[in-house]
Design a protein around this ligand. Structure first.
Ligand SMILES: NC(=O)C1=CN([C@@H]2O[C@H](COP(=O)(O)OP(=O)(O)OC[C@H]3O[C@@H](n4cnc5c(N)ncnc54)[C@H](O)[C@@H]3O)[C@@H](O)[C@H]2O)C=CC1
Ligand SMILES: O=C(O)[C@@H]1CCC=N1
Length: 268
């Protein structure tokens, strides 16, 4: 998949597109996004018409739909059909079902949904992928190879799993960032200077994440290694674990994200 077009080049689209521009040998990445009207770039066009006026277009191998969910179907409908001849469409829009995309797509366009996450910017993302049955093994391998440029790739067995992945890893980076915000605030509340509290929270998150990323890492064993009997960590963990408070809160939050993904699908 050498000729790639992004529809929408915001946070997530640009994270993928810029990685492929830098790391995927031979890939030619173009993007359409109204934001290119104010921040011109050689590979970016403010509209499909601007791209066509520049003599680009023809058929693309891969079209990545990376606009907000509510505008995904309309953005797909607005694309010239010849661009999609023989292409694969990769939609990263949360909660936009294959059935909605199918209804907006020309016949023959092969459809895949993906749920990446923002650490893709650093090559440390996780992507869940689900493809329609007509996407052959060769296309799956090429897509997998592209997405491995931004982190790990996980093929799913059912489309509904995309909503579950969204609630865990799609939204998940924000959960960890919120925890770091809270830890830095707690540091300040205990009397540390703000910048030191921030640096300690960030450094601790990065260190713990690296430990968790080791092959076969056992989260509970890593936690126990910090927790001396009757020590300081045990005092803190007892608060988190009282009535399973943290686990229950995380479960409720993930269920809310999952419900929202399902709601988005009925709105799209
Ligand atoms: N941000 C995240 O962590 C993740 C986002 N997603 C999905 O990615 C999609 C995009 O999200 P973000 O990048 O966060 O949003 P964003 O708002 O940063 O990017 C969306 C971009 O689409 C552009 N746009 C608006 N109308 C357009 C049109 N008609 N044609 C082309 N471009 C148009 C906007 O100018 C904007 O740059 C969403 O559907 C979201 O569900 C998926 C996984 C993670
Ligand atoms: O918040 C959202 O809806 C998107 C999907 C996953 C991460 N961001």
């Amino acid at each position: 998949m050498k000729k790639i077009l992004f529809i929408g080049y915001g946070n997530m689209g640009a994270a993928l597109g810029e990685a492929w521009r830098a790391r995927s040998e031979g890939a030619r990445v173009l993007a359409i996004d109204p934001a290119f009207a104010t921040r011109p770039a050689a590979h970016g066009f403010a509209s499909a018409q601007a791209l066509a006026d520049a003599g680009e277009g023809g058929a693309f191998d891969l079209i990545v739909l990376a606009v907000k969910p509510a505008m995904a179907a309309d953005a797909l409908r607005a694309l010239p059909h010849p661009w999609m001849q023989g292409a694969v469409l990769l939609s990263i829009a949360a909660g936009v079902r294959l059935a909605s995309l199918r209804a907006a797509a020309p016949a023959g366009l092969r459809l895949v949904r993906a749920m990446p996450n923002t650490p893709a910017l650093l090559g440390l993302g996780c992507t869940g992928l689900f493809a329609e049955a007509d996407v052959d093994e060769a296309a799956r391998e090429q897509l997998g190879a592209l997405l491995r440029h931004v982190g790990s790739v996980h093929w799913l067995q059912a489309e509904a799993q995309i909503d579950q992945v969204t609630a865990i890893s799609g939204s998940g980076p924000a959960y960890y960032h919120l925890f770091s915000e809270a830890l830095a605030q707690a540091g300040q509340a205990l009397g540390l200077p703000a910048e030191l509290a921030r640096a300690l929270a960030a450094g601790t998150a990065a260190g713990a994440a690296a430990q968790q990323g080791a092959p076969g890492a056992d989260f509970a064993a890593l936690r126990r290694a910090v927790t001396s009997p009757n020590g300081t960590t045990a005092a803190a963990i007892a608060v988190f674990e009282q009535d399973e408070a943290l686990r229950q809160l995380v479960l409720k939050a993930a269920q809310a994200a999952h419900r929202r993904a399902i709601e988005l699908s009925s709105a799209a």
